[in-house]
Design a protein around this ligand. Structure first.
Ligand code: NAD
Length: 416
């Protein structure tokens, strides 16, 4: 999706940590490659009667700690390299929160903006069948990602189930609650991120109440974060979407902003707030900055002007490796993406567990277990951060995660 090759970035991040952990060379070589890669090309009948070919991918990066797990992305700029990088990151994300999964990811090159619901349904069902023998509740469990949603997951669940002849809710997560989705999945990423922010505030001695929060992106992660953190007494002073940002030093009402966005298509021009650009938004003075939109937002060109005390990465890859170092030098506390946004995959895991047991939990149960996992994981990463002294929180999280995967490889040994 981005100009820079994120596969190169992902490999570089891994190589640095492998070196620091002094990993055996065979483990290093194994983890520099995806375990399995499937490329599919398939036809879809369009509304005008024409037939169009599409290309899609499913990557099972690691099966060392459990079945592969990771979303499916629909975007015109999907590439195999991007899917490989995202699948590698899923491997570390599942390991950092210690849920029993490897890592995977999928994608289809398409432009959902130009497709009707019928076309999207036919594309989804055909892609599901193309990857059906590759995925499964014990093998590889996809989930939503950019431009896919609970409806997409419902079509995949239905297609897979119809073909095997019985319902298999556990083949996919992020489903609607009515067909086996989990309570709490919708807010899970933001809620998980909030738990890590509360922990960071405690560590830094920063009161959450009345702290100023800036959020980039007003979708699932950003909007829910605004609502939840306001509930903790913080002031959400600026938010943005792809149209631009808005700022009010006295605080914004997240629900009212969402109402305005639904009516007008953007948060921009919200009554009583000042319009700002997405670039300016990142540089507003605040205690907590939450990038919740895209990759490559905090980079070497703007990192010097970031004035937050905490950067909590609800988005995947919002900070470049060059900017990481500067944030550390400037004493800005980073909660890295593989930890900060792991609440989504954690509740996906809960969804899968509930599907396999055919026994469903109340939302309080989901949130309680999520809190426990996020807080424990934060503590474990912080412990490495404090012990190692010269690493940032991202490297600490990677060290925890890569170690767990490496240990699984050692214990399982080499077959035959
Ligand atoms: P979403 O599509 O619901 O929302 C994305 C938001 O970002 C939208 O408001 C969009 O307008 C905005 N946006 C797009 N381009 C922008 C730009 N240039 N500047 C500012 N805002 C822009 O997506 P989401 O599910 O909220 O995901 C956001 C990020 O969080 C992604 O990086 C995603 O990978 C990550 N994430 C999401 C989940 C989840 O469960 N939803 C889990 C883990 C990670």
């Amino acid at each position: 999706m981005q100009e820079k090759n994120i596969w190169e970035v992902a490999l570089k991040q891994f190589d640095n940590v492998a070196e620091r952990l002094n990993l055996e060379s065979y483990i290093r070589e194994k983890l520099r490659r995806p375990n399995r890669v499937l490329t599919v090309n398939f036809p879809v009948r369009m509304d005008d009667g024409s037939i169009k070919m599409f290309e899609g991918y499913r990557v099972q990066y690691s099966l060392d700690r459990g079945p592969a797990k990771g979303g499916i992305r629909y975007h015109p700029k999907v590439t195999l390299d991007e899917v490989k990088a995202l699948a590698m990151w899923m491997t570390w994300k599942c390991a950092v929160v210690n849920i029993p999964y490897g890592g995977g990811k999928g994608g289809v090159i398409c432009n959902p903006r130009n497709m009707s619901m019928g076309e999207l349904e036919r594309l989804t069902r055909r892609f599901a069948i193309e990857i059906a023998s590759f995925i499964g509740p014990q093998r590889d469990i996809p989930a939503p990602d950019v431009n896919t949603n609970p409806q997409t997951m419902a079509w995949i669940m239905d297609t897979y189930s119809t073909n095997v002849g019985y319902p298999v809710p556990g083949v996919i997560t992020g489903k609607p609650v009515e067909i086996g989705g989990s309570e709490g999945r919708g807010e899970a990423t933001a809620r998980g991120c909030l738990f890590t922010i509360l922990k960071a505030c405690k560590f830094l001695g920063l009161p959450v109440k009345n702290s100023r929060v800036v959020i980039q992106g007003y979708g699932n992660a950003g909007y829910n974060m605004a609502k939840l953190i306001k509930g903790e007494g913080a002031k959400v002073i600026a938010v943005s979407d792809s149209g631009g940002g808005i700022y009010n030093e006295d605080g914004l009402d997240p629900e009212e902003v969402m109402r305005h966005k639904k009516e007008t298509g953007s948060v921009v021009d919200f009554p009583g707030a000042k319009n700002v650009t997405n670039g300016d938004l990142l540089e507003i003075e605040c205690e907590i900055l939450v990038p919740a939109a895209l990759e490559d937002q905090i980079n070497e060109s703007n990192v010097d002007r970031i004035k937050a005390k905490i950067v909590a990465e609800a988005a995947n890859g919002p900070t470049t490796p060059g900017a990481d170092k500067i944030l550390l030098d400037r004493g800005i506390f980073l909660i890295p993406d593989i930890l900060a946004n792991a609440g989504g995959v954690t509740v996906s895991y809960f969804e899968w567990v509930q599907n396999l047991q055919a026994f469903y939990w109340k939302e309080e149960e989901v949130n309680r277990r999520l809190k426990e996992i996020m807080e424990n994981s934060f503590d474990q990463v912080l412990e490495i951060f404090l012990r190692e002294k010269d690493v940032d929180m991202r490297t600490a999280a990677y060290m925890l995660a890569v170690n767990r995967v490496a240990e699984a490889i050692r214990l399982r040994g080499i077959y035959p």
